[in-house]
Design a protein around this ligand. Sequence first.
Ligand code: AMP
Length: 393
Amino acid sequence: MNILSVNAGSSSLKFQMYEMPAEQVLISGVFERIGMEGSFYTIKLNGEKVEKKVELKDHKKAFELLVKELMDNKIVDTLDDIAGIGHRIVQGGSYFDKSVIASEDVIAKIDELSKLAPLHNPAAIVGIRAAEAVIPGAVQTVVFDTAFHQTMPEENYLYALPYEWSQDYQIRRYGAHGTSHKYISQKMNEILDRSDTKLITCHIGNGASISAVLNGKCINTSMGLTPNAGLIMGTRCGDIDATIVPYMMEVLGLSAKEMDTVLNKQSGLLGISGVSSDSRDIEAGIKEGNRRCLLAQKMYVRRIVDYIAKYYVELGGCDAIVFTAGVGENSIPVRRQVVEALDVLGVKLDEEKNNIRGSIQKISTSDSSIKVYVIPTDEELMIARDTYELINS
Ligand code: AMP
């Protein structure tokens, strides 16, 4: 059975097609600059990457071209060979604690939640509508980035703001990267061959979050109402004293929108270093003796360590810490510094094993009090799995 995993942004459409249940990737790619000048798409097939410049008026056109590629490359013969399409949805609010079929009622709820994810939820609906129009026979499902975090207890998801705000305006912690945290915690449990585990899952990419996962269920996570909470990220500040916001708006005469841009686009590694949001550039800057790059990395690592320590206490111990995403899978120095700072808990790094990028590896020593792993994430596969399960249920 062929299942398509889709991630629609306002001007992009990423896709990956799987043969299920074998979980084999048949083709993948991305359409970019949809509705803009200079649009193009890239297709990855049999290890080869091809880029094609085309006019992409809208997402429907992108789906039409995708179907044509699937047929031209003999991945499907007819549209009926596409059994399901799973869409990534950033914000599912308190409505969704699991993936569901994209009924009209479900789409209306995703639309209602657009106020909490104005850049993402409307784009996802455009993606669903376009897929429906081009591939009407496929079962459409929606997979939420927030769903895995819905098991958090109230005391962890509420903010100490007027209680009515949570009731009247849905102001609470929802978290994000849930599909990734779920994937790596399931994979970790598989490796440990147990399900009664205490895991700390660290999704450290350009956006970054850490979750505390008890017996396969999330009990706390570092992102909040929006992704700008918790860790220091590429361009996001993460946790700060909230009163800085009105104070600096007054000092600089910034509008709410301008302040939002500073907090989300001009802060984090970029804001501190003044060099880049990319940890590779920060590492290069450190090698050249750039003091602010060094400072940015120290602060970045400190915050990760703080969250691991907090969740260690909350979980009442920890069986494994898992690193994933761009930085977690690839940055040898960030992993080293985080694990070294956990020395007080008896966590020990195997330097040689840490010398890897992008593959599953245990990086702690055999006498480490907590196992530390690198596990590459695979959110697209999770979307395909959930879609396959929903079709077969
Ligand atoms: P993601 O959001 O998961 O795609 O992660 C993207 C981020 O991963 C980039 O902005 C980099 O900071 C980081 N990254 C990717 N490759 C490397 C690498 N080889 N070494 C260090 N950081 C990396």
